[in-house]
Write a protein that binds this ligand. Structure first.
Ligand SMILES: [Fe+2]
Ligand SMILES: [Fe+2]
Length: 181
């Protein structure tokens, strides 16, 4: 799950490098951003969030950790917000409101980055401390079952797509990263 977070963050930063590229070629901007939105829907939501919601959060809710229900409810709300933000960006793109679409994607990147930091530092590290190795192995296997059902080959393709883009756009990415606050 940590490595999926890293790929999602890479994809998020790549979208920042698209800023103003519509001024040169609006069709290219539309295609590039639409591909990234598909990535967030299929990889970020279908592969990643599904495993968190069905396996990780459910297992954590069965423990008597203080405040766990509140923390998980907050994470679930974030997942819902991410879904609606991606839909709103698609709508803006459809209406060719590029500057507003880019503004929204920057908001999405900032919020998903904070969400991932919370999960890594609070939830995932909590899991490592409260579950036994055997319990973690069972969860890992269950996560693999979901990935296999959705399609491992497709998952690798999505990951490779982002990794290749990252290699190509490293310089643009570094410039774009300065926009983050
Ligand atoms: Fe999450
Ligand atoms: Fe996550």
């Amino acid at each position: 799950m940590y490595s999926e977070h890293a790929i999602i963050l890479d994809a998020a930063y790549i979208t920042l490098s698209l800023d103003h590229s519509w001024e040169e070629d609006s069709l290219k901007y539309e295609n590039n951003l639409a591909l990234m939105l598909d990535f967030f829907t299929f990889y970020g939501d279908k592969f990643h969030h599904q495993k968190e919601e069905e396996i990780i959060f459910r297992s954590l809710l069965k423990t008597d950790e203080p405040d766990i229900a509140m923390i998980i409810n907050e994470m679930l709300e974030h997942h819902d917000d991410f879904r609606s933000t991606v839909s709103e960006i698609r709508e803006l793109l459809y209406r060719k409101e590029y500057a507003r679409a880019q503004e929204k994607i920057t908001f999405y990147v900032n919020t998903i980055r904070d969400h991932i930091i919370n999960e890594d530092e609070i939830l995932f590290s909590l899991m490592d401390s409260i579950f036994s190795k055997e319990e973690l192995d069972v969860m890992y296997d269950n996560c693999n079952v979901i990935d296999e059902k959705l399609g491992l080959k497709y998952k690798r393709e999505l990951e490779n797509y982002v990794t290749n883009l990252k290699i190509k756009s490293d310089e643009a990415l570094q410039r774009a990263a300065y926009q983050l606050h």
